[in-house]
Design a protein around this ligand. Sequence first.
Ligand code: SAH
Length: 247
Amino acid sequence: MHPARILTKAGLPFVPAALLLLPVLAPAPGETQEPGEFERQRRTMVRDQIVATGIEDTATIRAMSVVPRHEFVPARYRGEAYADHPVPIGYGQTISQPYIVAFMTEVLRPRAGMKVLEVGTGSGYQAAVLAEIGLEVYTIEIFRALADAARDRLRRLRYGSAEVRHGDGFFGWPEEAPFDAIIVTAAAGFIPPPLLEQLKPGGRLVIPVGSVYGVQNLVLVDKGEDGKPRTRTLLPVRFVPLLRGLR
Ligand code: SAH
């Protein structure tokens, strides 16, 4: 019989003292866990959430197998870093679910040497995945505190080649345009025209479009070599809103 099923005279479950000690002996999430434990969780994440769900791009799969996602979440959420959901990163923002990061990365058809603009740096995780593949990354974040933290983190983890700017990504990064790819990781009511302008002919832009609390769809814009954009809806998603006005 399972120990917890044994009832004491008082009718309370009998729990052996050794079991009561377990929470004390177990490491606090994130703080004292072995690096090997995160590696194991990352392998499981890639197998169950990335490969099993149909992501096929080998560069994307490899990058997600390497980037230490637990370094991009606040210490108290480290235990959830590899779980199949978004995780809070402060200021009401979140690091996207692993599958969504992989899906958006794959959709860009990432290749080493491509120049990519990200709007919505957040934790810097998506930027690190793109940098790991070998892309030249420019990323913009509207919260100064998040931008500064992401810049430090990316440097510490040797993804310092990714350039982080504090600014409103609605306007893109004109000094570095045009880009081979643009990825927006916050939901907009419409595609910001400056981003379309800053996309190279033949380039791809992926962005969640829709209302803040209602339906949003991940939209892919393929800019033809003739400069004409072709738009496709890929899948329903739920993102934090694209904000306006620096914070
Ligand atoms: N890509 C991030 C997660 C994005 S969450 C990661 O990998 O962790 C969306 C982010 O977009 C938030 O950090 C939010 O502050 C930022 N954001 C919202 N509106 C923005 C804007 N207009 N310009 C730049 N960043 C913006």
